[in-house]
Design a protein around this ligand. Structure first.
Ligand SMILES: [Zn+2]
Length: 187
């Protein structure tokens, strides 16, 4: 079993040689970046999957890896992955927007997206924004199982506080690993 973990944004995501931090939020002079938080989740998820004897392919390991958004799904395919998990944070004009949602592209992935959504809401007690089908996202154009988790809203104090908490990170990454590995084992 081999799974691709895709930490959203990063170097050359949209433009060659330009670092894309994703959504950002400044609090007391410190800038929180989606790309950095997503990477930390991805690296934790990698450890969790490896502890379950799952092979892992990362689209990027750090802030210098070149990862154009349009090439990530093909990188995962070339690496021989059966599933792709993309990790992101959300943003909205209104800082009160909050909650977690799982995005999917192919109708075949709706069931696993729903299982992931339910398990993550149960594990985090975050607001359930429901699963959403998105056919416009390049990263989800992957032949195997593909889901994108919008972990929460970076500008929402409660969401951000939770996502920066190591216990929540452990709970989220263990939940993602369990749902995806169980689903792959059954298909
Ligand atoms: Zn993003």
């Amino acid at each position: 079993m081999k799974i691709c973990i895709d930490p959203g944004h990063g170097m050359s995501n949209r433009q060659t040689g330009v670092y894309d931090p994703g959504v950002t939020h400044v609090e007391n002079g410190f800038q929180f970046q989606e790309a950095a938080i997503a990477l930390r989740y991805a690296l934790t998820l990698k450890d969790v999957l490896r502890s379950r004897q799952v092979e892992v392919f990362m689209t990027r390991d750090d802030d210098t890896d070149q990862t154009p958004v349009g090439s990530r799904a093909s990188m995962a395919k070339a690496a021989g992955c059966e599933a792709l998990i993309s990790l992101h944070l959300n943003d909205f004009d209104d800082d009160s927007a909050n909650g977690l949602e799982v995005l999917f592209r192919d109708s075949d992935d709706k069931a696993v997206a729903q299982m992931l959504q339910d398990a993550l809401i149960k594990a985090t007690k975050m607001r359930d924004r429901k699963i959403k089908q998105r056919t416009d996202l390049a990263v989800l154009k992957f032949s195997g199982i593909a889901v994108l988790v919008e972990l929460g809203f970076i500008a929402n104090d409660e969401d951000r506080g939770k996502l920066l908490n190591a216990q929540i990170r452990d709970a989220i990454t263990r939940t993602i690993a369990k749902v995806v590995v169980d689903h792959l084992a059954q298909t």
